[in-house]
Design a protein around this ligand. Structure first.
Ligand SMILES: Cc1cc2nc3c(=O)[nH]c(=O)nc-3n(C[C@H](O)[C@H](O)[C@H](O)COP(=O)(O)O)c2cc1C
Length: 455
């Protein structure tokens, strides 16, 4: 453990912007899909290619597609609330298919797919991500999730999901195996020499012969080493084990907070953890999620907020919070505050709502409504106001950039790109042009060297 790196001020590094998108009804706000300017053609290819192109116009680092592997049934033990209200988990297209489409219609935008280490296997995941990295010329990222719903376990032949510790243990070995597979080809192994003839140099391709507790994989991969060496790794675990996992493996950490102070505390904790593992803390980017509501003027933005608030059903937010926390919130008194509880589900989401509850003393129903809209109020206003607050968070070392969750698509994104991005560019905080080609270039991350076979 070195601890020798001096952290540079976030101002020395450019701000990063990613967009959190769900290939389903809700990306930012639960009422968003019913907004009069929202496009409900969620099943059409053009919906996603338009989003990708807009993000590229806005010079975003990447598009991040969240994913889960079941329609949640945690609220009242029923699918009803998610499906009827079009809540966060009501529908999800396969992210790798959606990203392949966007890869073909963009040139620079990073493409991040959420893939679970609990229900897939490392060979097929390493292969899909290497394929996406090649076809997009180095723009692939992997949001490494361990999954947290019983309903997901039930879709993959399990009666019980693995415990949190087992899920992370499996994730650890999963990622190690994936890395060995990406490294099973030397960077220069693919020759494509028609004259010799030599398609590939067999001396540079090796089996991995991995034998572990969770996986036995011979290898090598049948796809050559990805342009980025390996895809960019994203992680959002917030338990102690999750944070440690992120500090060792992640290039980008995605979190949600309900205040600047908690974001600052998390930021410095994660940089310390990265340092503890001998990493340069600058190579771990922290991107909190925010839901910006932007208008030409403050009053237009406030009017939009009112529309979105009216469209958001408290029960939709509670239904989503129930599956995030893995607790049926319908069983608690709706006008009383969320009690202090030991939550089996996502620790990051629990910390966010527990902090909000402590501060505001709002009852559960109101909490559901707030959770459904997206909680942070610092980011509602005209372009100047929102850009100013992004700068404030960034300069206060609360983050290295943001995961932007627009309240509805595509209009919320058009507004952000038109009204906020130019303000950030004027301030010299955000790129005007892409100056590299791969996602690692955009994020300022070094390309990993191929590891020795026994590493
Ligand atoms: C902001 C945020 C976004 C997340 N997005 C996803 C997701 O799209 N899919 C998923 O399966 N898990 C998602 N998670 C869950 C985490 O990846 C992780 O599996 C979960 O938090 C359990 O880890 P923990 O116990 O360390 O919190 C998300 C968590 C947070 C905080």
């Amino acid at each position: 453990m070195s601890g020798t790196h001096t952290p540079s001020s976030p101002r020395e590094n450019p701000m990063h912007l990613a967009a959190f998108v769900v290939a389903g009804p809700v990306s930012g706000c639960h009422g968003g899909w019913r907004h009069p300017a929202a496009n409900t053609q969620l099943l059409s290819a053009s919906y996603y290619t338009q989003i990708g192109q807009l993000l590229e116009q806005g010079r975003f680092d990447m598009l991040f597609l969240a994913d889960i592997l079941a329609i949640p049934r945690r609220y009242e033990n029923s699918l009803e609330s998610q499906l009827t209200m079009g809540a966060l988990g009501a529908l999800r297209l396969d992210p790798m298919v959606v990203l392949s489409l966007i890869a073909a219609s963009t040139k620079h935008l990073g493409l991040a797919s959420t893939i679970s280490t609990s229900y897939f296997d490392p060979y097929s995941v390493a292969r899909s991500l290497a394929t996406l990295d090649h076809l997009s010329a180095g723009r692939a990222a992997w949001n490494i999730v361990t999954s947290f719903q019983q309903a997901e376990a039930a879709n993959f032949g399990l009666t019980e999901q693995l415990s949190r510790e087992e899920r992370y243990e499996r994730a650890e070995e999963f990622v190690q195996v994936a890395c060995k597979l990406w490294d099973s080809w030397g960077d220069d192994a693919l020759k494509l020499d028609t004259a010799t003839p030599q398609f590939a140099d067999a001396d540079q391709v090796r089996s991995i012969d991995h034998q572990g507790k969770w996986f036995n994989v011979q290898g090598p991969l049948n796809v050559s080493r990805p342009p980025q060496g390996r895809p960019v790794f994203i992680q959002a675990g917030a338990s102690g084990t999750g944070k440690d996992f992120a500090a060792r493996w992640a290039d980008v950490v995605f979190v949600t907070h309900s205040s600047l102070e908690s974001a600052q505390a998390f930021y410095s904790e994660m940089k310390d953890r990265a340092r503890h593992y001998g990493r340069n803390p600058d190579e771990l980017k922290i991107l909190p999620g925010i839901v910006p509501i932007v208008g030409e003027t403050e009053s237009i933005a406030l009017e939009q907020e009112k529309i979105l608030s009216d469209l958001t059903q408290p029960e939709a937010g509670l239904s989503t919070l129930s599956y995030h926390l893995d607790i049926d919130l319908a069983e608690f008194p709706q006008d009383e505050v969320l009690p202090d509880i030991d939550v089996p589900g996502v620790q990051g989401h629990y910390k966010e709502v527990a902090e909000l509850t402590r501060k505001t003393k709002m009852g559960l129903r109101e909490l559901g409504h707030r959770y459904g809209i997206g909680p942070l109020r610092d980011f509602v206003g005209d372009g100047d106001h929102v850009a100013h607050n992004l700068q404030r968070w960034y300069e206060a070392k609360a983050c290295d950039g943001f995961m932007i969750q627009v309240p509805y698509l595509p209009g919320g994104l058009e507004n952000f790109v038109r009204l906020v991005v130019p303000r950030l560019q004027d301030k010299g905080l955000f790129r005007k042009e892409y100056d590299g080609t791969t996602l690692r270039d955009h994020l300022g991350l070094t390309r990993p060297e191929r590891q020795q076979a026994d590493a």
